[in-house]
Write a protein of this length. Sequence first.
Lengths: 314, 384
Amino acid sequence: MNGSEYVIDVSEINKYFGDKHVVNNLSLKIKRGEIVGFLGPNGSGKTTSIRMMCGLLTPDSGVGRCLGFDILTEREQIKRRVGYMTQRFSYWDDLSIHENLDFIARIYGMKNRREAVERSLETLGLTSRAKQLAGSLSGGWKQRLALAACMLHEPELLLLDEPTAGVDPKARREFWEELHHLASRGISVLVSTHYMDEAERCHKLAYISYGKLLAQGTAAEIIENQKLFTWSLSFGKLTPDLALVSEALKGTPGVDQVIMFGTSLHVTGKDEAALERTLRQLTEGSAMRLEPLQTSLEDVFIHLMNTSSADNFV
Amino acid sequence: MNNKSETIEVFSFSRWWGVVLKEFLQLRRDRITLIMIIGIPIMELVLFGFAINTDPKHQTTAVMVADHSEFSRNILSTLQNTDYFNIVKTVSSEVTARELLAKGEVQFVVSIPSDFSRKLLREEHPAILVEADATDPSAMGSAINALNQSIQKLIEKDFNGSLSYLSGASPAFEVRVHRLYNPEGITQYNIIPGLMGVILTMTMVMMTGLAMTRERERGTMENLLSTPVRPIEVITGKIVPYIFIGLIQSTIILIAGRFLFHVPFLGDIFKVYSAVLLFIAANLTVGITLSSLAQNQLQAVQLTFFYFLPSLLLTGFMFPFQGMPKWAQAIGSLFPMTYFNRLIRGILLKGNVWIELWPNIWPLILFTTVVMVIAIKFYRRTLD
């Protein structure tokens, strides 16, 4: 571990594609054994950031270390010690599961190749399917194979780029159990995701939008720091057109965002007093019910998404 | 009632126009296809229009004159005047003459024997010997014809006055032609070894061209790049299976050439396979370079065609190399197939030895090395 307590320690890295500033002064630290969720809207620079951390892309400026190695000059050492799972399934469709794993084991020059492949097939429950072509696997099985393959060389750090996109809930749950299991063994994980339930399972979160890191910390800290207040507005026996009510609420004093949640609305705002006043006025004398609500991670992220995009269009 | 007005058209002009517009838009963004649409006709026009000549003139000729008389000088100038022969060397021994032919440095050796004029005047009907490299029968046919005709004219013109007795019924002298290496002028002897080059170029360049773009297209390249595997390992590792394929193809052609077409087999098999391996190596490096340049598999195939066309036309496979203008020969000299054609024909038909093969071996080695360096340079180690 080269003496540092951080497996990833990058500061102020930048990346441009043409005149597009894809990653903007990103600084991020990840401790050993932590699972860090990397969140942000599509095209916010998550994949680019991950690629820079594992030596697949060169930052245009900034410095950083991954597992104690310089991300600019010591890429080969980083590649050996990091497991990177690409967003798109990137193993060979025309090779069987066993052949894929065997190839990866050879590429990493593993001495106990045979055993490592067998063990990996066993722990991931792929033994019975070892001879099946990777291309014929379902999304969930492909993802299992990908994880098995990028874990094969026993990396100290996993960089997972939206690993559970298109995977069913049961397989996702199992996947996350595996991640926590790995983390308990001291393996660090940086995982990008769009799913809130997954975000809540991370030790820490980093939220990035338009290449800028907007929030980081534990889920509770991020919610706390945004200082948002949320009310649930439910309608009892009334069945109004929720979309109309929601439209009507938007832009009224104190209301920053309205989200439909089944038969109720979550109304969020930064100005506690104004928000409550507006809602009280609305519900007074009607059958609508108003309850204060703990602001959820999703409320926070949507808030972050809305405000950051607004900034960018100025 | 409204339903009645909703007719289902068999052909909708606006739908059709939508498809047409979409195709044009996509075509406009597909640079390589556009280049191909414009480039291929221009390339073919230039090649067929200017470079290729099925009636090659100015063929390299060596002369061996042992009879220094006016007759000899007249014959040589007649030779030059046909435009078919370009005298580049004067030799004094049969051995050197044969060597020049074996190396392919000259197409013809014209020898006038020492007692030519004496025998001529004595009406002994002496002979001029023309030795021709007949590996490519089409290259020499018209030159020989032209030679015979102009000699006939020379006799009519020169042998008048006191010498008119020589232009009588029977010709004063004869032109004896020796077709070396392929005495019967069988085209297959030339085509079949050459075909080996064509087939190897096509498969080797295209197959390896696809090998790398396939990884990129399927997204597996990103995976490879994130592992410790080195460019040189990926490139050479990908090449090996194709070397075997190339060897199998060559063996099939060799067997067919030997037993089906009875192509002569003067050289030894070791030389043949050495030439084949060298040529395969050259083509594989081209394929790997193309695959690093191409964005997808279709582009790789298109780029292969750009490479294949001049290889086919400018390298002496289809048309005599000697018959092309200098600039076309210069372009042809950039393609490994030019050298392979000479090597394989030299080995099989002429029984060339190493020293005679060397002038065509080193260009292949040089080509392979240079292109390999380019290939490794273009292989992107990161996704930048």
